[in-house]
Design a protein around this ligand. Structure first.
Ligand code: UDP
Ligand code: MG
Length: 313
């Protein structure tokens, strides 16, 4: 099978028929073999009956329905598990992403050898103040911290080699960082394609302002997980030792002053309190590192490595 289209949706009954017939049209013109995987993330509207109806008319359309709303990452995870196509494309169900981009994305993965191609909504039709501006700042932070040079990390429209999505596990709200997860799994050829974007035709956006707070916290977790999850002591230990040494130095100097220079009023000096605090923080960081190490030693995936090739075994 050439293509799997993984489409998470939450209350999008109005868009679905139009979206599916548009995709079918593109698939038929290019004669792709394909499947459309619609994951209903606990919609409360008629989405599921629309999916049943669409699926009965076209056997390439498959559907999964969650009992409740688990979030976009969960929906993608389930879609990725099912996807059989050589190239897997994710897109939003709200018609903001255009199915006409599919052939070009498909070509970039299957012929030009990219592991991932991310869409870039260069001209964006969302609210400038609540979405576009924060999103620019957010992407700049992402680029600085993760080192992945994408303009639009969280674009819903992305294409992957099948093995990429089978090697990563999207959980929590990590759908914003799939390129980071993939890079960490060893898939470093990440491309970008300018895609057209439309204003939302039906329904409303499912993500509010909290996305930026949650997204930032997730960025910290994903950076921590990809760099230090298997060796937490390297982070906590070095910070802890550094902090301990600074605190020890400060208190040591104060002691020296008191004993040999006969200075008085140690406890009225800010450096006294600062020294104590920094020293204690150092010890706590160090201990957190030890505890984190104990936890990773016991984690079931501690020896989980992705192997790409083997010979003679
Ligand atoms: N979505 C989902 N589960 C959720 C929230 C959103 O499956 O809990 C889907 C939604 O139906 C849409 C896609 O994720 O297909 C992107 O959501 P939306 O268009 O609201 O985000 P925006 O374009 O505003 O960033
Ligand atoms: Mg949208």
């Amino acid at each position: 099978m050439n293509l799997s289209l993984v489409i998470p949706l939450y209350n999008e009954d109005e868009s679905l028929p139009e979206l599916c017939s548009w995709i079918e049209k593109v698939m038929n013109t290019h004669q792709y073999t394909y499947e459309i995987i619609l994951i209903d993330d606990g919609s409360k509207d008629k989405s599921w009956s629309v999916i049943e109806d669409l699926s009965s008319k076209n056997t390439n359309i498959k559907g999964v329905k969650f009992t409740r709303n688990y979030g976009k990452s969960a929906a993608l995870y389930v879609g990725f598990e099912m996807a059989q196509g050589d190239v897997v494309i994710t897109m939003d169900a709200d018609l903001q992403d255009s199915p006409d981009e599919i052939p070009e994305l498909y070509k970039m993965i299957s012929q030009e050898g990219y592991d991932i191609v991310s869409g870039w909504k260069q001209k964006r039709y969302d609210n400038a103040l609540t979405k576009n501006l924060p999103s620019k700042l957010y992407n700049a932070t992402n680029r600085a911290i993760t080192g992945i040079k994408l303009h639009d990390m969280n674009c819903g429209l992305k294409a992957y080699k099948n093995e990429v999505i089978k090697s990563i596990e999207v959980y929590g709200e990590m759908h914003r960082f799939i390129p980071v997860l993939a890079k960490n799994a060893g898939f470093g050829k990440i491309g970008e394609k300018v895609v057209s974007h439309q204003a939302r035709k039906y329904g409303v956006s499912k993500f509010g302002w909290e996305r930026f707070i949650n997204g930032f916290l997730d960025l910290l977790s994903v950076t921590f997980m990809t760099r230090f999850a298997k060796k937490p002591m390297h982070l906590f230990g070095s910070l802890g030792v550094l902090s301990f040494i600074i605190g020890f130095g400060m208190l040591g100097y104060l002691t020296f002053e008191k004993l040999f220079l006969n200075t008085y009023g140690m406890t009225t000096k800010p450096s006294f309190f600062l020294g104590i605090m920094v020293l204690i923080i150092g010890v706590m960081l160090f201990l957190s590192g030890f505890l984190a190490e104990l936890i990773t030693r016991n984690a079931t995936d501690r020896n989980h490595y992705l192997i790409s090739k083997k010979i003679g075994v």
